[in-house]
Design a protein around this ligand. Sequence first.
Ligand SMILES: NC(=O)c1ccc[n+]([C@@H]2O[C@H](COP(=O)([O-])OP(=O)(O)OC[C@H]3O[C@@H](n4cnc5c(N)ncnc54)[C@H](O)[C@@H]3O)[C@@H](O)[C@H]2O)c1
Length: 440
Amino acid sequence: MSEEREALTSAGILAEKIRTRGARVGVVGLGYVGLPLAVEFAKAGFSVTGIDLSQEKVRRVNAGDSYVGDVPSAVLAPLVESEKLRATTDFSAVAELDTINICVPTPLRKTKDPDMSYIVSACQEIAGHFHAGMLIILESTTYPGTTDELVLPMLAKSGLEVGRDFFLCFSPERVDPGNPKFQTVNIPKVVGGSTPACTRMGQLFYSQALEHVVPVSSTQVAEMVKLLENTFRMINIGLVNEMALMCDRMGIDVWEVIDAAATKPFGFMPFYPGPGLGGHCIPIDPFYLSWKTKQAGIEARFIELAGYINGQMPHFVADKVQNALNDAGKPVKGSRIHVMGVAYKRDIDDMRESPALDVMLLLKQRGAVLSYSDPHVASIRVDGLNFESSPDESAAEADCVVIVTDHSAFDYQALVRNSRLVVDTRNALKGFDSNKIVRL
Ligand SMILES: NC(=O)c1ccc[n+]([C@@H]2O[C@H](COP(=O)([O-])OP(=O)(O)OC[C@H]3O[C@@H](n4cnc5c(N)ncnc54)[C@H](O)[C@@H]3O)[C@@H](O)[C@H]2O)c1
């Protein structure tokens, strides 16, 4: 096709708008994934509209007041003031947009089946205002096949043709909240389209705002990439958790074993045991894969096994605490136990699937009297009871302290000095030598 004729096609027009930063960018779902992405595109000079069902989030974005740890308000506010970024609850804004990234939640149902309702509802709203020349990219983690089997038919109902009149991609989100080194802008972005033209459009789009873009041949490959990455982590954590259980039985320090093994310069990558899996991704995503492969007649046995072992860790921690108290001559029933850190990982405020909730529930069921400290989490609910974070110093009053999340704000010197007994599930007290410390 000649350059002039290409310029007149939907692809040509959209590509030109993207290259000149004239494309109007939309992000549906302004959470941990969507807000940082919206900010990157606004920083790159695009006019960005975020759409979210939460009036509170929309209000805060429009006030330049960030609720996502990785997005400082000092970065958000000038983008809002200069009208590069705005938020709305109204999907009619789609009519004015050229691109949309969908970043809505994809939880699992109790039965471990994927809950696609958020994606379906977002796509139905988009379809109501869909028009030719749009690029739609799904970023929510999901099972392989979602983009082409679920999203594409909803958009194709418009009568528009994918790869010619509009463009559809999947691009896995890899954000690692709280990671100071890798953020949305410098994490390589994998993208795969429903057609080669879609992939090219997705690649062109991301390369305007992000440092590295990795095109792949299809939406299914892009979907599977995310599941491989998270399954890899989940299984390796399951393996190292099982190592911890074995080392405990044999009286070997698993942390020392891992550190020594990690000196091997090839063929080994350290993973660390802990109180159990947490967060919105690692405990959940591999089950999208096992759900899908079951339909193809393949049991995902590694996933099920690692899920089982990881699920045992809160019980192992509760047993450790109980045994440590017994050794100190105190029954767990009636003992005061203070948990340090309840977020699912270090230096963030996210409580989703946090193993601290399981550990606290188990200890409560055994009759312990609980309290906790977490500089990032003001209050939590365990088994119908509300708890408020207390000052770190209150650990000194407890019969046993359990380090569940190793926030860097904690003063570990003071903790060891002032506590009677400390169970450390994260090796936060590496290098400390005290007979008050019981390690995982
Ligand atoms: N948080 C992470 O670290 C992370 C990392 C990689 C991938 N992911 C994946 O990214 C996706 C989003 O995760 P998140 O952590 O940003 O979730 P989140 O809950 O922080 O944000 C999702 C947002 O979507 C909004 N929303 C829900 N339904 C909507 C709808 N129909 N229309 C408009 N907005 C809607 C919610 O109000 C919320 O603000 C999930 O699939 C998740 O698995 C998350």
